[in-house]
Design a protein around this ligand. Structure first.
Ligand code: ATR
Length: 266
């Protein structure tokens, strides 16, 4: 019987995950289908029950449910426990497991660039749901220092309680860094402008936006205008999907040139 997979979120209409996973299913002749489903919070227990009953074989979770889904799961992987963020769900030994592949997605996207971040300095902008995964990824990449700034200072301080090595800086306090990551929602709307003072930077920096739709943002435009390196969140999306696929099917599907031509540069 055809296996069913879902991405759940609200909104979820713009998600590219169905295209990506259905491409891999077809490529590997796997009899499965991946769909998107917009949910309300009160529907979360029922959707988890569908995994337990075997009606759904796997779920990706997106905004705003990555944390909210946790109470309904049987078990969390080490990484989803650490980040309190679940983006991948599957059944193993009759238990519904919540896992996190966003960390893998970010790490792999950086490794793909060939840029070495070991012993470098990062500045994370934002304190929302994706940030714990980025902190874990940067720790895995062995950065020397991680600064974090957020419009609402208190939320940044709360993150420091969980990740004591973070150094919190005030919004618009200019610190030197090698990589800056936009983890805010500023840029999701084409007209969004990021209110950060990035003019007086010394040397060439690496600007990474977790946003992939639209493919370029005010943050990335500012980088390009000033001659910095820039990258959007598309590869992170692709690689988190690749790792989710592996949890569900037991192997990593191919991300080759043909795949990237189809999904990276639209
Ligand atoms: P959540 O906090 O529910 O996880 P999110 O979309 O993951 O939501 O996070 C939104 C992030 O974008 C936050 O860091 C938010 O900053 P605040 O904590 O100050 O709200 C940031 N953000 C949203 N709009 C912003 C704006 N206009 N300028 C700067 N930061 C903004």
């Amino acid at each position: 019987m055809t296996k069913k997979y879902l991405i759940i979120g609200n909104p979820v209409s713009h998600s590219m995950s169905p295209q990506i996973h259905n491409y891999w299913f077809k490529q590997n002749k796997i009899d499965s289908v991946y769909e998107k489903k917009e949910l309300n919070e009160k529907e979360l227990p029922d959707i988890v029950k569908n995994i337990r009953d075997g009606e759904i074989s796997g779920i990706n979770v997106t905004v705003p449910f990555k944390q909210k889904i946790i109470p309904f799961l049987d078990k969390l992987s080490k990484l989803s426990k650490k980040t309190q963020s679940v983006n991948t769900i599957y059944l193993r030994d009759n238990e519904v497991i919540g896992d996190n592949t966003d960390v893998y997605g970010f790490v792999k996207s950086i490794k793909d660039t060939g840029i070495e971040l070991k012993d470098k300095v990062a500045l994370i902008v934002g304190a929302g749901g994706v940030v714990p995964s980025i902190i874990c990824a940067l720790q895995e990449l062995l950065l020397k220092k991680i600064y974090l700034t957020n419009r609402t200072f208190k939320k940044a301080e709360q993150l420091k309680e969980k990740y004591p090595k973070l150094e919190i800086v005030k919004w618009d306090e200019l610190v030197d860094f090698d990589i800056i990551i936009n983890a805010t929602s500023v840029g999701l709307k084409v007209e969004d402008k990021i209110d950060l003072n990035l003019k007086k930077l010394d040397g060439k920096k690496f600007f990474y936006d977790t946003i992939y739709n639209p493919p370029t943002t005010d943050f990335l435009n500012k980088a390009k205008i000033n001659g910095h390196l820039s990258m959007n969140g598309k590869l992170m999306l692709i690689y988190q999907a690749q790792k989710s696929f592996e949890f569900w099917n037991g192997f990593l599907p191919e991300v080759d040139e043909k795949f990237l031509n189809l999904f990276q540069n639209d």
